[in-house]
Design a protein around this ligand. Structure first.
Ligand SMILES: NC(=O)c1ccc[n+]([C@@H]2O[C@H](COP(=O)([O-])OP(=O)(O)OC[C@H]3O[C@@H](n4cnc5c(N)ncnc54)[C@H](OP(=O)(O)O)[C@@H]3O)[C@@H](O)[C@H]2O)c1
Length: 310
């Protein structure tokens, strides 16, 4: 049986011409620390080889922080060591507004992007993503705003997040340049993109899937006792048991196996890890010591689904 290959070789970011390390670093949980601690996390991610850094204007509002805090803290790190910028592909997002919940009108997106640039203290965002679809914004208007930002040199490439395949197709129809990434939640505990056409569409159009919460926001790391209390806890425990068995075989952590499971998919998924723990950031690359054959990959899928495929 052929092994599904998992290597640290850089992966293309859609049709952007850019390539990035196959694991990205995410900053949803990044705000709320000193610049020194934040700097150490960025250094650990870069030290592990990561080149894609994913943030959003809204990151910071969970917990005690405020809108913009994660971008601001990231900007503080970049200000301390400006040479870091050239080692990174910086991705951010806009379009979620507290209390609305979404605004992808042209005026809003253009002003949100300006504020993101100034918080991070950078001239250009390499990948600007529409965070969630705004049902009240015509895709032609969204495309117009993205085109304007691109023409002004404020953003280089465009991605979307949490959009259905039809929403992606419709937005793309109004753009003269390709959407290069699609960021849904994907993990061996969040399986929808395997079945709802999201990953098929990525492969159809050469769009790179960026997997948010690749460890299911930490649920894959829960103890058996904690996992049993989750909805469909028996399936979660069964999934973890298979991840653990593979982890023992490869001499790595359960988390490294969960990342490898995503990396083995043919769409070229790039998981965005969210740990704030320096050792775990560095250990993410243990994933390249894992290999899957079809049987062991499908066994994890079926354990998570709680049923056998026909
Ligand atoms: N587009 C969107 O709508 C959207 C939504 C959510 C997230 N995202 C992106 O995806 C990124 C990752 O999301 P995420 O943070 O949910 O990712 P994740 O990697 O699935 O989960 C990270 C969480 O798991 C915990 N964890 C990891 N390993 C652990 C272990 N061995 N034991 C205990 N806890 C462990 C981490 O805690 P420690 O910090 O203690 O390790 C952290 O709280 C975000 O930063 C963001 O860039 C995007």
């Amino acid at each position: 049986m052929t092994d599904l290959s998992i290597t640290p070789e850089f992966r293309p970011l859609g049709k952007s011409g850019l390539s990035v390390f196959p694991i990205a670093y995410g900053m949803w949980r990044f705000a709320g620390t000193s610049t020194k601690e934040a700097h150490a996390k960025i250094d650990a991610a870069l030290g592990a080889g990561m080149t894609l850094f994913d943030t959003a204007d809204i990151y910071g509002v969970d917990g005690e922080g405020a809108f913009g805090d994660a971008e601001k803290l990231f900007g503080d790190v970049l200000k301390e060591t400006p040479s870091l910028r050239e080692k990174m592909v910086i991705a951010s997002k806009g379009g979620i507004v507290l209390g609305l919940p979404y605004d992808s009108s042209s005026d809003y997106l253009i002003s949100a992007c300006d504020v993101s640039l100034s918080r991070m203290g950078i001239e250009q965002i390499d990948l600007y993503q529409i965070h969630r679809p705004d049902i009240l914004a015509h895709p032609q208007e969204v495309a117009g705003a993205l085109t304007k930002l691109r023409d002004q040199g404020k953003i280089v490439h465009v991605g979307i997040s949490n959009h259905t395949p039809a929403q992606v197709e419709t937005l793309q129809a109004h753009l003269d340049f390709p959407i290069v990434t699609n960021q849904p939640e994907i993990s061996c505990w969040a399986l929808d993109p395997f079945f709802d056409g999201t990953l098929d569409q990525c492969m159809q159009h050469g769009v790179t899937p960026l997997a948010w919460s690749p460890l299911a926001g930490g649920r894959l790391a829960l103890s058996e006792k904690e996992a049993r209390k989750e909805e469909d806890g028996d399936c979660l425990v069964a999934t973890q048991a298979l991840l653990d068995s593979k982890a023992r075989e490869a001499g790595v952590t359960r988390e490294a196996v969960a990342l490898a499971w995503l990396l083995a998919h043919p769409a070229g998924i790039i998981p965005i890890i969210g740990t704030q723990n320096l050792d775990r950031i560095s250990a993410a690359t243990d994933t390249f010591n894992v290999s899957f054959d079809r049987q062991s990959w499908y066994a994890i899928l079926q354990a998570s689904m709680g049923e056998q495929l026909p």
